[in-house]
Design a protein around this ligand. Structure first.
Ligand SMILES: [Zn+2]
Length: 303
């Protein structure tokens, strides 16, 4: 397997991201700790690599390549998370024939820790989505999709806490307004809650009451606000104070490097998104050392 990597190292200003993280851990003598966040978004049923003559992504991507790279990274790093920001379904005949089951089974084999639901997860209706979720060993985090009056009740979670070394990570999941994107019959009974307000409240709850020291939002809002769709990752970053990192999706944005946006409290929030189709595996390494938090961003182009 050949992968090409592009890397960016950033030092965050003192007192910014995760300044409250502990530096010493029982049993570990190192004076630094790194959390590796591996992430995908908008994979859209691209189980196989793109065709060899594809104009943009010749022979790139594919679940097998991604899985072997993830295994390699897990061997080299102590604290690894693997997450997805939605639109797992739709885009190749695999979805038309098998309805999403192979996507979820293979992601389970890759040991995803969490994902959120994108608008295309509703393409075959809420009953279908509900039927497929049993093939996922990992939870779908949906903070602002309330499914209590639907068949999905109890099958998603409003948040999740993952403990990994010194990191106590709170995961929030934020879904796009389905109106105008999804046929109303396909999400009947679901209540869509304000994404910014819900993210802020859930993040604050996880930080203050559940003692999380890093809050990650898996967001399917899209990176940029428009007049039709004012909610976006940039708005989410700027108008909250409880979120540290936003792993985005929906807009299929290939960022050259993660963005940093000042939040309501003047601290930097990292936003990252890795295009679509599974051609890139994103990697964010958050390192705590001598009172400084730095992050290293790597884009693994899977080819
Ligand atoms: Zn989408």
């Amino acid at each position: 397997m050949q992968t090409t990597r592009r890397q960016f190292i950033k030092t965050l200003a003192a007192g910014s991201l995760a300044a409250t993280l502990p530096f010493a851990v029982k049993g570990e003598s190192r004076n630094y700790h790194t959390l590796t966040i591996l992430h995908t978004n908008d994979v859209h049923s691209h189980l196989d690599p793109f065709e060899a003559n594809h104009p943009r992504f010749p022979d790139m991507g594919g679940f097998a390549r991604r899985a072997s790279l993830i295994n390699q990274i897990r061997k080299q790093n102590n604290h690894v998370l693997l997450v997805d920001a939605g639109d797992i379904f739709q885009g190749t005949p695999y979805f038309n024939f098998f309805g999403g089951r192979p996507e979820l089974e293979l992601m389970s084999k890759m040991r995803y820790d969490a994902a959120t639901i994108g608008n295309h997860e509703f393409d075959n209706g809420i009953q279908h989505l509900s039927d497929q979720l049993k093939y996922a060993d990992f939870p779908f985090i949906c903070s602002n999709y309330n499914f209590d009056n639907t068949i999905l009740k109890g099958k998603t979670r409003p948040w999740k806490i993952i403990e990994n070394g010194p990191f106590r990570v709170g995961i929030v999941g934020i879904g796009i307004n389905p109106s105008g994107l999804v046929s109303p019959a396909n999400y009947e009974g679901m209540k869509w809650l304000d994404p910014i307000k819900t993210a802020e409240e859930t993040g604050a709850f996880l930080r203050n009451e559940k003692n999380c020291n890093l809050i990650i939002a898996l967001s399917h809002l899209g990176i940029n606000s428009t007049s039709e769709r004012p909610d976006s990752d940039r708005k989410l970053a700027a108008e909250t104070s409880s979120i540290d990192i936003i792993i985005g999706g929906h807009s299929h944005t290939f960022l050259d490097e993660p963005e940093q946006i000042k939040n309501k409290a003047g601290k930097n929030v990292i936003i990252n998104q890795v295009g679509w189709g599974g051609v890139i595996l994103g990697e964010l390494n958050i390192t705590l050392s001598k009172g400084k938090t730095t992050f290293l961003s790597t884009q693994h182009l899977l080819k």
